[in-house]
Design a protein around this ligand. Structure first.
Ligand SMILES: Cc1ncc(COP(=O)(O)O)c(C=O)c1O
Length: 472
């Protein structure tokens, strides 16, 4: 008896999925509305027993690196350990509500969403928040659209968004996808925004300046008040890329620095899983004047009841329902557990850990003083080779070769999650790798399951189907 029979017995819902040959014949005799080229008469599926499948995935998981296995110091990406209690909260069956249920029956769900909007608004110094965007980049796209709707509502036609050269690539892409011309701002000699260059770039065409603070090499933009005045005086808005909020949590707020719109990378700062294409969340916060343009629907409390409503001049929807609900549940649980003092402690440790690690490393770090991340340089070694060699020391390497204004950059962010032993191990790996021979670097990694892969071929000629296994 196989699994399905054990489950369904003689129930006529039971129908073996696969024939013995592993081929299921699908009845497509009914006329299909699809074009001929897109239909098929047979569907060949791979067959595996449950133990085979279970062992396959367990083996793959053991070959992988994770924040459960060790530090993941990818600068800018903020890969920190996600406490498992947040998973327990999200796994509570009560957290699984159908999004089409009526408002009266999901008051708890709406209360949590309203609570998270409120937490995020307070943390960022913003007046209103939408939880819909599913990632930081989606938040940028949404935020820039909100800024655009704001200008349009004032019949103020602007065509440019200014983005510093050191910004994350998604900033350029989001502004361009929202229909703006992107003006790239060169970094000053100290790695920060060059005020003269900004003055030359700002004009009546400026819709917004997108900035993260601290910036992508961990430097606090000390001139932020002046920057904000310059942009606002020209009628533009200040957009905050919240990817580096870890450095400021509980200490300083983008809203207080003059930012009008921001996104939060919930999966970086508020401990929900990140990357791998998995669902994240990139809520957007705005000042009062921009709230009426936020995506619909939003959540609010009216006379003790929570309800969904459409902001008056909403830009529309950017995601189904309220966004990635369970990711938002985890973020809520994390913020509620840490509280004000916990968030403050997180940013203190994020900054302390980065500075402690840098002290232990025998690398030149051209720009400072930095906060939660720093760009070391591999000097005359190839940063990518050094990173691959670090794998042989049993640690995950940092982000390499970015930002580009730091030669052979190794952008490192240990996060607040690491303790001293872990930071010491990381430093030992950094220092060991940079002093190894050219040959060791060129052949690295030599101790991992997968060794040096041909990245260009993997990217240009990916094998994404199980059929590809036959061709090997
Ligand atoms: C500075 C910065 N901005 C924006 C993003 C985009 O965020 P997401 O990966 O959530 O789309 C990232 C991602 O790493 C980032 O580092």
């Amino acid at each position: 008896m196989n699994h399905d029979q054990a489950r369904y017995g003689d129930d006529d819902r039971y129908e073996p999925l696969l024939s013995e040959t592993g081929t299921k014949t699908v009845d497509v005799s009914e006329e299909s509305p699809l074009p001929d080229g897109l239909t098929r008469e047979e569907l060949e599926l791979p067959t595996s027993s449950e133990p085979e499948l279970s062992r396959h995935y367990t083996r793959l998981s053991q070959m992988n690196w994770s924040v459960e296995t060790g530090p993941y110091p990818l600068g800018s990406c903020t890969m920190k350990y996600n406490p498992s209690f947040t998973e327990d909260v999200a796994a509570d069956p009560n957290a699984a509500v159908h999004p089409e249920r009526s408002e009266e029956t999901i008051q708890g769900t709406l209360e949590l969403l309203a609570g998270l909007q409120d937490y995020l608004a307070r943390i960022g110094g913003m007046d209103a928040v939408t939880l819909q965007p599913p990632a930081g980049a989606a938040g940028e796209f949404t935020g820039i659209h909100v800024a655009k709707a704001y200008h349009e509502s004032r019949n103020d036609d602007r065509s440019e968004v200014i983005v510093p050269a050191s910004a994350h690539g998604t900033n350029f892409a989001s502004a361009a996808m929202a229909g703006y011309d992107v003006v790239e701002l060169p970094s000053g000699e100290d790695g920060r925004v060059d005020l003269d260059a900004l003055e030359a770039a700002v004009s009546e065409e400026t819709a917004a300046l997108m900035l993260t603070n601290p910036n992508t090499v961990g430097l606090f933009e000390r001139d932020i008040v002046e920057i904000s005045e310059m942009v606002h005086d020209a009628g533009g808005l200040l957009y905050y890329d919240g990817a580096n909020l870890n450095a400021l949590l509980g200490r300083a707020r983008p809203g207080d620095m003059g930012f009008d719109v921001m996104h939060y990378n919930v999966h970086k700062t508020f401990a929900t899983p990140h990357g791998g294409g998995g669902p994240g969340a990139g809520p957007v916060g705005v000042r009062e004047e921009l709230a009426e343009f936020l995506p619909r629907p939003r959540v609010r409390e009216q006379d003790g009841q929570y309800e969904l409503y459409d902001p008056e001049r909403s830009i529309g929807k950017v995601h189904g329902y309220q966004g990635n609900w369970l990711v938002l549940v985890k973020a809520y649980a994390y913020i509620a557990r840490l509280g004000d003092s916990g968030l403050e402690d997180a940013s203190a440790k994020a900054v302390l850990n980065a500075n402690y690690l840098a002290e232990q490393m025998e690398y030149d770090i051209p720009y400072g003083p930095f906060h939660h991340e720093f760009a070391a340089t591999a000097g005359d070694r190839d940063a990518a080779d050094v990173a691959k060699r670090m794998l042989d020391y049993g640690v995950h390497p940092p982000t390499t070769k970015w930002p580009e204004f730091v030669p052979e950059a190794m952008l490192t962010e240990p996060t607040e999650a690491e303790d001293k032993t872990s930071l010491d191990d990381l430093a030992a790996a950094f220092n060991g790798a940079i002093s190894d021979s050219e040959e060791e670097l060129a052949n690295a990694p030599s101790k991992t399951t997968a060794q040096r892969i041909d990245q260009a071929t993997a990217a240009r000629n990916p094998r994404l189907s199980w059929h590809a296994l036959d061709e090997q």
